[in-house]
Ligand binder design. Structure first.
Ligand code: ARG
Length: 459
Protein backbone atom coordinates (compact mmCIF):
# COMPACT_ATOMS: atom_id res chain seq x y z
CA UNK A 1 0.00 0.00 0.00
CA UNK A 2 2.94 2.27 -0.66
CA UNK A 3 2.84 5.05 -3.22
CA UNK A 4 2.95 8.74 -2.50
CA UNK A 5 0.23 11.33 -2.79
CA UNK A 6 2.66 13.50 -4.69
CA UNK A 7 4.30 10.93 -6.95
CA UNK A 8 2.87 12.20 -10.26
CA UNK A 9 5.65 14.56 -11.26
CA UNK A 10 8.51 12.31 -10.18
CA UNK A 11 10.45 9.97 -12.43
CA UNK A 12 12.69 8.38 -9.82
CA UNK A 13 11.93 6.47 -6.64
CA UNK A 14 12.55 8.39 -3.43
CA UNK A 15 15.83 7.51 -1.72
CA UNK A 16 15.08 5.47 1.42
CA UNK A 17 17.15 7.88 3.48
CA UNK A 18 14.81 10.63 2.36
CA UNK A 19 11.75 8.66 3.36
CA UNK A 20 13.17 8.23 6.85
CA UNK A 21 14.50 11.74 7.18
CA UNK A 22 11.38 13.41 5.89
CA UNK A 23 8.83 11.39 7.83
CA UNK A 24 7.10 12.81 10.88
CA UNK A 25 4.77 9.88 11.50
CA UNK A 26 6.88 8.74 14.44
CA UNK A 27 5.80 11.73 16.46
CA UNK A 28 2.83 13.31 14.70
CA UNK A 29 0.82 10.11 15.13
CA UNK A 30 -0.14 11.71 18.40
CA UNK A 31 -2.32 14.06 16.41
CA UNK A 32 -4.54 11.32 14.98
CA UNK A 33 -7.66 12.21 16.96
CA UNK A 34 -7.41 15.86 16.01
CA UNK A 35 -6.62 14.92 12.41
CA UNK A 36 -9.68 12.70 12.07
CA UNK A 37 -11.95 15.14 13.85
CA UNK A 38 -10.77 17.88 11.50
CA UNK A 39 -11.25 15.65 8.46
CA UNK A 40 -14.78 14.83 9.56
CA UNK A 41 -15.68 18.49 9.91
CA UNK A 42 -14.14 19.22 6.49
CA UNK A 43 -16.07 16.31 4.98
CA UNK A 44 -19.39 17.44 6.46
CA UNK A 45 -18.81 20.91 5.12
CA UNK A 46 -18.01 19.56 1.62
CA UNK A 47 -21.30 17.67 1.87
CA UNK A 48 -23.20 20.74 2.96
CA UNK A 49 -21.77 22.71 0.02
CA UNK A 50 -22.74 19.96 -2.45
CA UNK A 51 -19.10 19.27 -3.29
CA UNK A 52 -19.73 15.75 -1.96
CA UNK A 53 -23.11 14.03 -2.23
CA UNK A 54 -25.00 12.98 0.90
CA UNK A 55 -24.10 9.35 0.34
CA UNK A 56 -20.48 10.15 -0.27
CA UNK A 57 -20.35 12.22 2.87
CA UNK A 58 -21.80 9.55 5.11
CA UNK A 59 -19.61 6.81 3.62
CA UNK A 60 -16.48 8.87 4.23
CA UNK A 61 -17.59 9.78 7.75
CA UNK A 62 -18.25 6.17 8.66
CA UNK A 63 -14.92 5.06 7.26
CA UNK A 64 -13.10 7.83 9.14
CA UNK A 65 -14.76 6.68 12.36
CA UNK A 66 -13.47 3.20 11.63
CA UNK A 67 -9.95 4.49 11.03
CA UNK A 68 -10.15 6.20 14.38
CA UNK A 69 -11.27 3.01 16.10
CA UNK A 70 -8.39 1.12 14.54
CA UNK A 71 -5.91 3.74 15.64
CA UNK A 72 -7.44 3.76 19.11
CA UNK A 73 -6.72 0.05 19.31
CA UNK A 74 -3.27 0.29 17.73
CA UNK A 75 -4.43 -1.85 14.86
CA UNK A 76 -2.74 0.09 12.07
CA UNK A 77 0.90 -0.26 11.10
CA UNK A 78 2.33 3.16 11.80
CA UNK A 79 5.60 3.37 9.92
CA UNK A 80 7.63 5.55 7.59
CA UNK A 81 5.79 4.32 4.58
CA UNK A 82 3.19 6.92 5.52
CA UNK A 83 5.31 10.05 5.86
CA UNK A 84 2.92 11.65 8.30
CA UNK A 85 -0.35 11.17 10.17
CA UNK A 86 -2.38 12.98 7.51
CA UNK A 87 -1.12 10.56 4.87
CA UNK A 88 -1.76 7.57 7.08
CA UNK A 89 -5.36 8.53 7.78
CA UNK A 90 -6.13 9.36 4.18
CA UNK A 91 -4.48 6.27 2.75
CA UNK A 92 -6.27 4.02 5.19
CA UNK A 93 -9.51 5.71 4.25
CA UNK A 94 -8.86 5.10 0.56
CA UNK A 95 -7.97 1.50 1.28
CA UNK A 96 -11.35 1.10 2.94
CA UNK A 97 -13.66 2.84 0.47
CA UNK A 98 -11.63 3.14 -2.70
CA UNK A 99 -11.53 6.20 -4.98
CA UNK A 100 -14.30 7.94 -3.03
CA UNK A 101 -11.75 8.41 -0.25
CA UNK A 102 -9.64 10.37 -2.71
CA UNK A 103 -12.24 13.12 -2.71
CA UNK A 104 -11.74 14.07 0.94
CA UNK A 105 -8.71 16.25 0.29
CA UNK A 106 -10.72 18.57 -1.99
CA UNK A 107 -10.01 22.19 -1.09
CA UNK A 108 -7.48 21.22 1.53
CA UNK A 109 -3.72 20.96 1.86
CA UNK A 110 -1.63 19.28 4.50
CA UNK A 111 -0.43 22.79 5.24
CA UNK A 112 -3.73 24.03 6.61
CA UNK A 113 -4.52 20.55 7.89
CA UNK A 114 -1.46 20.35 10.10
CA UNK A 115 -2.07 23.89 11.35
CA UNK A 116 -5.57 22.86 12.33
CA UNK A 117 -4.47 19.65 14.03
CA UNK A 118 -1.79 21.35 16.09
CA UNK A 119 -4.15 24.12 17.13
CA UNK A 120 -6.65 21.57 18.37
CA UNK A 121 -3.89 19.70 20.16
CA UNK A 122 -2.61 22.82 21.91
CA UNK A 123 -6.16 23.71 22.86
CA UNK A 124 -6.58 20.33 24.58
CA UNK A 125 -3.21 20.68 26.28
CA UNK A 126 -4.14 24.06 27.65
CA UNK A 127 -7.40 22.72 29.11
CA UNK A 128 -5.52 19.91 30.82
CA UNK A 129 -2.80 22.25 32.04
CA UNK A 130 -5.34 24.63 33.56
CA UNK A 131 -6.83 21.76 35.55
CA UNK A 132 -3.42 20.57 36.73
CA UNK A 133 -2.45 24.07 37.79
CA UNK A 134 -5.64 24.21 39.81
CA UNK A 135 -4.81 20.90 41.49
CA UNK A 136 -1.45 22.21 42.50
CA UNK A 137 -2.93 25.46 43.74
CA UNK A 138 -5.27 23.43 45.87
CA UNK A 139 -2.36 21.56 47.42
CA UNK A 140 -0.73 24.89 48.22
CA UNK A 141 -3.86 26.33 49.82
CA UNK A 142 -4.31 23.19 51.91
CA UNK A 143 -0.72 23.45 53.15
CA UNK A 144 -1.18 27.14 53.87
CA UNK A 145 -4.36 26.51 55.81
CA UNK A 146 -2.85 23.69 57.82
CA UNK A 147 0.10 25.86 58.83
CA UNK A 148 -1.63 29.16 59.34
CA UNK A 149 0.04 30.10 62.60
CA UNK A 150 3.61 29.15 61.67
CA UNK A 151 6.13 32.00 61.43
CA UNK A 152 9.49 31.62 59.72
CA UNK A 153 12.23 33.95 58.56
CA UNK A 154 11.57 35.63 55.24
CA UNK A 155 14.73 36.09 53.17
CA UNK A 156 16.15 38.56 50.72
CA UNK A 157 19.56 37.85 49.17
CA UNK A 158 19.28 34.55 51.08
CA UNK A 159 19.87 36.57 54.25
CA UNK A 160 17.35 36.59 57.07
CA UNK A 161 15.17 39.64 56.56
CA UNK A 162 11.81 39.79 58.32
CA UNK A 163 9.48 37.25 59.91
CA UNK A 164 6.61 36.07 57.71
CA UNK A 165 3.82 33.56 57.96
CA UNK A 166 4.59 30.25 56.31
CA UNK A 167 1.12 30.43 54.76
CA UNK A 168 2.05 33.78 53.21
CA UNK A 169 5.21 32.28 51.77
CA UNK A 170 3.28 29.33 50.30
CA UNK A 171 0.59 31.55 48.87
CA UNK A 172 3.23 33.48 46.94
CA UNK A 173 3.39 30.39 44.73
CA UNK A 174 -0.39 30.39 44.45
CA UNK A 175 -0.08 33.85 42.90
CA UNK A 176 2.56 32.71 40.43
CA UNK A 177 0.34 29.85 39.33
CA UNK A 178 -2.55 32.22 39.03
CA UNK A 179 -0.58 34.27 36.51
CA UNK A 180 0.38 31.04 34.75
CA UNK A 181 -3.29 30.18 34.36
CA UNK A 182 -3.97 33.61 32.94
CA UNK A 183 -1.08 33.23 30.50
CA UNK A 184 -2.37 29.88 29.26
CA UNK A 185 -5.91 31.25 28.92
CA UNK A 186 -4.51 34.13 26.92
CA UNK A 187 -2.58 31.68 24.74
CA UNK A 188 -5.86 29.88 24.16
CA UNK A 189 -7.38 33.01 22.62
CA UNK A 190 -4.74 33.09 19.89
CA UNK A 191 -4.74 29.33 19.49
CA UNK A 192 -8.45 29.09 18.94
CA UNK A 193 -8.43 30.40 15.37
CA UNK A 194 -9.49 28.06 12.56
CA UNK A 195 -7.00 27.84 9.64
CA UNK A 196 -8.74 25.31 7.35
CA UNK A 197 -9.68 26.83 4.01
CA UNK A 198 -6.26 28.41 3.66
CA UNK A 199 -5.31 25.30 1.71
CA UNK A 200 -1.66 25.30 0.61
CA UNK A 201 -1.17 29.04 1.03
CA UNK A 202 -3.56 31.03 -1.18
CA UNK A 203 -6.97 29.75 -0.13
CA UNK A 204 -9.19 27.52 -2.24
CA UNK A 205 -11.03 27.81 -5.55
CA UNK A 206 -14.03 26.16 -3.85
CA UNK A 207 -16.52 28.25 -1.90
CA UNK A 208 -15.78 26.45 1.35
CA UNK A 209 -17.91 27.30 4.37
CA UNK A 210 -15.14 28.07 6.79
CA UNK A 211 -17.49 29.33 9.47
CA UNK A 212 -19.29 26.03 9.49
CA UNK A 213 -16.04 24.15 10.07
CA UNK A 214 -15.10 26.60 12.79
CA UNK A 215 -18.44 26.16 14.53
CA UNK A 216 -18.28 22.43 14.32
CA UNK A 217 -14.78 22.31 15.80
CA UNK A 218 -15.59 24.96 18.44
CA UNK A 219 -13.22 27.62 17.14
CA UNK A 220 -13.96 31.23 18.06
CA UNK A 221 -12.92 32.68 14.71
CA UNK A 222 -11.48 31.83 11.30
CA UNK A 223 -8.04 32.98 10.22
CA UNK A 224 -7.96 36.17 8.14
CA UNK A 225 -4.97 35.57 5.90
CA UNK A 226 -4.26 32.24 4.27
CA UNK A 227 -0.52 32.81 3.99
CA UNK A 228 -0.23 33.69 7.64
CA UNK A 229 -2.52 30.85 8.64
CA UNK A 230 -0.34 28.11 7.15
CA UNK A 231 2.88 29.55 8.48
CA UNK A 232 1.88 30.93 11.88
CA UNK A 233 3.32 29.04 14.82
CA UNK A 234 3.06 31.93 17.28
CA UNK A 235 0.47 30.05 19.29
CA UNK A 236 2.95 27.22 19.88
CA UNK A 237 5.55 29.76 20.94
CA UNK A 238 3.00 31.34 23.27
CA UNK A 239 2.35 27.91 24.71
CA UNK A 240 6.07 27.20 25.09
CA UNK A 241 6.65 30.56 26.73
CA UNK A 242 3.76 30.00 29.14
CA UNK A 243 5.18 26.54 29.84
CA UNK A 244 8.64 28.01 30.43
CA UNK A 245 7.40 30.55 32.94
CA UNK A 246 5.37 27.88 34.67
CA UNK A 247 8.45 25.65 34.88
CA UNK A 248 10.46 28.55 36.24
CA UNK A 249 7.92 28.83 39.05
CA UNK A 250 7.95 25.09 39.74
CA UNK A 251 11.72 25.23 39.71
CA UNK A 252 11.87 28.01 42.27
CA UNK A 253 9.51 26.11 44.56
CA UNK A 254 11.62 22.99 44.02
CA UNK A 255 14.73 24.91 44.96
CA UNK A 256 13.13 26.04 48.21
CA UNK A 257 11.97 22.53 49.03
CA UNK A 258 15.49 21.26 48.42
CA UNK A 259 17.00 23.95 50.61
CA UNK A 260 14.39 23.59 53.31
CA UNK A 261 14.81 19.85 53.54
CA UNK A 262 18.59 20.17 53.93
CA UNK A 263 20.03 19.65 57.38
CA UNK A 264 21.24 23.25 57.29
CA UNK A 265 17.69 24.59 57.10
CA UNK A 266 15.67 21.68 58.44
CA UNK A 267 12.42 23.59 57.87
CA UNK A 268 10.63 20.98 55.80
CA UNK A 269 10.61 17.32 55.13
CA UNK A 270 9.30 15.56 52.06
CA UNK A 271 7.79 12.19 52.90
CA UNK A 272 9.76 9.01 52.12
CA UNK A 273 7.29 8.18 49.37
CA UNK A 274 8.60 11.12 47.35
CA UNK A 275 12.33 10.76 48.05
CA UNK A 276 15.05 8.36 47.01
CA UNK A 277 18.20 6.98 48.58
CA UNK A 278 21.84 6.47 47.72
CA UNK A 279 23.37 3.20 46.57
CA UNK A 280 26.47 3.81 48.66
CA UNK A 281 25.56 6.19 51.50
CA UNK A 282 23.03 4.39 53.71
CA UNK A 283 21.90 7.50 55.56
CA UNK A 284 20.84 9.46 52.50
CA UNK A 285 17.32 10.63 51.73
CA UNK A 286 17.48 12.74 48.62
CA UNK A 287 14.95 15.20 47.15
CA UNK A 288 15.26 13.84 43.61
CA UNK A 289 11.79 14.89 42.54
CA UNK A 290 12.18 18.63 43.06
CA UNK A 291 15.69 18.32 41.65
CA UNK A 292 14.31 16.71 38.50
CA UNK A 293 11.65 19.37 38.16
CA UNK A 294 14.35 22.02 38.48
CA UNK A 295 16.38 20.13 35.89
CA UNK A 296 13.53 19.68 33.45
CA UNK A 297 12.97 23.42 33.45
CA UNK A 298 16.07 23.66 31.28
CA UNK A 299 14.64 21.41 28.61
CA UNK A 300 11.37 23.32 28.39
CA UNK A 301 13.35 26.57 27.95
CA UNK A 302 15.28 24.66 25.28
CA UNK A 303 12.03 23.74 23.53
CA UNK A 304 11.08 27.41 23.39
CA UNK A 305 14.50 28.51 22.15
CA UNK A 306 14.56 25.76 19.53
CA UNK A 307 11.28 26.80 17.95
CA UNK A 308 12.03 30.52 18.16
CA UNK A 309 15.24 29.81 16.30
CA UNK A 310 13.58 27.52 13.76
CA UNK A 311 11.06 30.21 12.89
CA UNK A 312 13.29 33.23 12.71
CA UNK A 313 14.52 32.93 9.13
CA UNK A 314 11.48 31.48 7.43
CA UNK A 315 10.02 33.27 4.44
CA UNK A 316 6.29 32.99 3.84
CA UNK A 317 4.53 30.71 3.76
CA UNK A 318 4.79 27.02 4.78
CA UNK A 319 8.30 25.57 4.96
CA UNK A 320 9.21 22.08 6.00
CA UNK A 321 11.32 23.50 8.83
CA UNK A 322 8.04 23.94 10.61
CA UNK A 323 7.61 20.20 11.01
CA UNK A 324 10.16 20.70 13.81
CA UNK A 325 7.45 22.41 15.85
CA UNK A 326 5.92 19.17 17.05
CA UNK A 327 8.60 17.39 19.01
CA UNK A 328 9.33 20.47 21.11
CA UNK A 329 5.64 21.05 21.66
CA UNK A 330 5.03 17.44 22.72
CA UNK A 331 8.11 17.44 24.91
CA UNK A 332 7.08 20.62 26.73
CA UNK A 333 3.46 19.49 27.05
CA UNK A 334 4.49 16.13 28.52
CA UNK A 335 7.00 17.75 30.83
CA UNK A 336 4.68 20.32 32.35
CA UNK A 337 1.94 17.74 32.75
CA UNK A 338 4.25 15.33 34.57
CA UNK A 339 5.81 18.05 36.73
CA UNK A 340 2.50 19.60 37.74
CA UNK A 341 1.02 16.22 38.57
CA UNK A 342 3.86 15.04 40.74
CA UNK A 343 4.33 18.41 42.42
CA UNK A 344 0.65 18.53 43.40
CA UNK A 345 1.01 15.11 45.06
CA UNK A 346 4.39 15.75 46.59
CA UNK A 347 3.14 18.93 48.27
CA UNK A 348 0.54 16.89 50.13
CA UNK A 349 3.39 14.92 51.65
CA UNK A 350 5.43 17.88 52.88
CA UNK A 351 5.60 18.48 56.62
CA UNK A 352 7.15 21.43 58.34
CA UNK A 353 9.34 21.52 61.43
CA UNK A 354 7.63 24.16 63.51
CA UNK A 355 10.31 24.11 66.19
CA UNK A 356 13.11 24.68 63.71
CA UNK A 357 11.22 27.60 62.27
CA UNK A 358 10.37 28.97 65.72
CA UNK A 359 14.00 28.91 66.71
CA UNK A 360 15.12 30.36 63.37
CA UNK A 361 13.07 33.51 63.87
CA UNK A 362 14.82 34.18 67.18
CA UNK A 363 18.07 35.19 65.55
CA UNK A 364 19.20 37.29 62.65
CA UNK A 365 17.65 40.62 63.73
CA UNK A 366 14.43 39.96 61.85
CA UNK A 367 12.75 42.62 63.99
CA UNK A 368 15.15 45.43 63.03
CA UNK A 369 12.80 47.07 60.54
CA UNK A 370 10.00 47.02 63.10
CA UNK A 371 12.29 48.68 65.61
CA UNK A 372 12.99 51.46 63.10
CA UNK A 373 9.23 51.81 62.54
CA UNK A 374 8.81 51.97 66.33
CA UNK A 375 11.17 54.93 66.47
CA UNK A 376 9.30 56.61 63.63
CA UNK A 377 6.15 56.31 65.72
CA UNK A 378 8.06 58.03 68.55
CA UNK A 379 8.79 60.93 66.23
CA UNK A 380 12.09 60.13 64.49
CA UNK A 381 12.36 60.59 60.71
CA UNK A 382 12.74 57.15 59.12
CA UNK A 383 16.29 57.68 57.84
CA UNK A 384 17.45 58.61 61.38
CA UNK A 385 15.58 55.66 62.86
CA UNK A 386 17.31 53.36 60.32
CA UNK A 387 20.70 54.75 61.32
CA UNK A 388 20.00 54.32 65.05
CA UNK A 389 18.85 50.71 64.66
CA UNK A 390 21.85 49.96 62.42
CA UNK A 391 24.12 51.09 65.25
CA UNK A 392 22.16 49.00 67.74
CA UNK A 393 22.55 45.91 65.52
CA UNK A 394 26.27 46.51 65.30
CA UNK A 395 26.51 46.85 69.07
CA UNK A 396 24.44 43.68 69.67
CA UNK A 397 26.58 41.76 67.20
CA UNK A 398 29.72 42.84 69.04
CA UNK A 399 28.16 41.79 72.35
CA UNK A 400 27.04 38.50 70.72
CA UNK A 401 23.47 39.27 71.73
CA UNK A 402 20.11 39.47 70.09
CA UNK A 403 18.27 42.78 70.15
CA UNK A 404 15.84 41.65 72.85
CA UNK A 405 18.78 40.76 75.13
CA UNK A 406 19.88 44.40 75.38
CA UNK A 407 18.77 46.17 78.55
CA UNK A 408 16.51 49.21 78.35
CA UNK A 409 19.45 51.31 79.59
CA UNK A 410 21.65 50.05 76.77
CA UNK A 411 18.91 50.80 74.25
CA UNK A 412 18.30 54.26 75.60
CA UNK A 413 21.98 54.90 74.99
CA UNK A 414 21.10 54.86 71.29
CA UNK A 415 17.83 56.75 71.49
CA UNK A 416 16.11 58.39 74.43
CA UNK A 417 12.77 57.65 72.73
CA UNK A 418 13.00 53.95 73.40
CA UNK A 419 10.78 52.81 76.28
CA UNK A 420 9.72 49.64 78.05
CA UNK A 421 7.08 48.86 75.41
CA UNK A 422 9.90 48.17 72.93
CA UNK A 423 10.23 44.54 74.01
CA UNK A 424 6.73 43.76 72.89
CA UNK A 425 7.67 45.27 69.50
CA UNK A 426 10.60 42.94 69.18
CA UNK A 427 8.55 39.78 69.37
CA UNK A 428 8.63 38.17 65.87
CA UNK A 429 5.00 37.04 66.08
CA UNK A 430 3.92 40.61 66.77
CA UNK A 431 6.03 41.82 63.81
CA UNK A 432 3.87 39.62 61.61
CA UNK A 433 0.65 40.80 63.22
CA UNK A 434 1.50 44.42 62.50
CA UNK A 435 1.30 43.85 58.76
CA UNK A 436 -2.43 43.73 58.32
CA UNK A 437 -2.51 45.79 55.16
CA UNK A 438 -3.68 44.37 51.82
CA UNK A 439 -1.07 41.95 50.50
CA UNK A 440 0.79 41.87 53.82
CA UNK A 441 1.72 38.89 55.95
CA UNK A 442 -0.71 39.76 58.77
CA UNK A 443 -2.68 36.69 59.93
CA UNK A 444 -6.06 38.27 59.13
CA UNK A 445 -4.89 39.22 55.66
CA UNK A 446 -3.53 35.77 55.01
CA UNK A 447 -6.71 34.18 56.27
CA UNK A 448 -8.68 36.31 53.85
CA UNK A 449 -6.36 35.36 51.01
CA UNK A 450 -6.85 31.68 51.81
CA UNK A 451 -10.62 32.16 51.69
CA UNK A 452 -10.38 34.07 48.41
CA UNK A 453 -8.11 31.41 46.96
CA UNK A 454 -10.60 28.72 47.89
CA UNK A 455 -13.39 30.66 46.22
CA UNK A 456 -11.27 31.10 43.11
CA UNK A 457 -10.59 27.37 42.92
CA UNK A 458 -14.27 26.56 43.09
CA UNK A 459 -14.95 28.61 39.97
N1 ARG B 1 4.33 16.67 8.39
C1 ARG B 1 4.16 17.98 7.94
C2 ARG B 1 4.39 18.97 9.08
O1 ARG B 1 4.35 18.57 10.17
C3 ARG B 1 2.78 18.17 7.42
C4 ARG B 1 2.66 19.26 6.40
C5 ARG B 1 3.38 18.85 5.18
N2 ARG B 1 3.17 19.77 4.12
C6 ARG B 1 3.92 19.71 3.03
N3 ARG B 1 3.65 20.53 2.10
N4 ARG B 1 4.91 18.86 2.90
O2 ARG B 1 4.66 20.13 8.88
Amino acid sequence: MGGKFWGGRFKEETNTLVDQFNASIDFDRRLYEQDIKGSMAHCRMLGEKGILSEDETSTILEALAEVKRELDHNELPVDEEYEDIHTLVEKTLIEKIGPLGEKLHTGRSRNDQVALDVRMYVRDCIQRTLQRIKDMQESLVNLAEKNQDVVLPGYTHMQRAQPVLLAHHLLAYFEMLRRDSARFRDTLLRTNVMPLGSAALAGSTFALDRDMVARELAFDEVSRNSMDAVSDRDFILDFLFSASVLMMHLSRLSEELILWSSQEFGFASISDAFCTGSSIMPQKKNPDIPELIRGKTGRVYGDLMALLTTMKGLPLSYNKDMQEDKEVLFDAADTIEACLTIMASLLKSVSFDRERMASAIQSGFLEATDLADYLVRKGLPFRQAHEVVGKMVLFALQEKKEMRDLSLEQMKGFSRQIEEDVYEWLDPASCVKRRELPGGTGPEQVKERIAEARKELKK
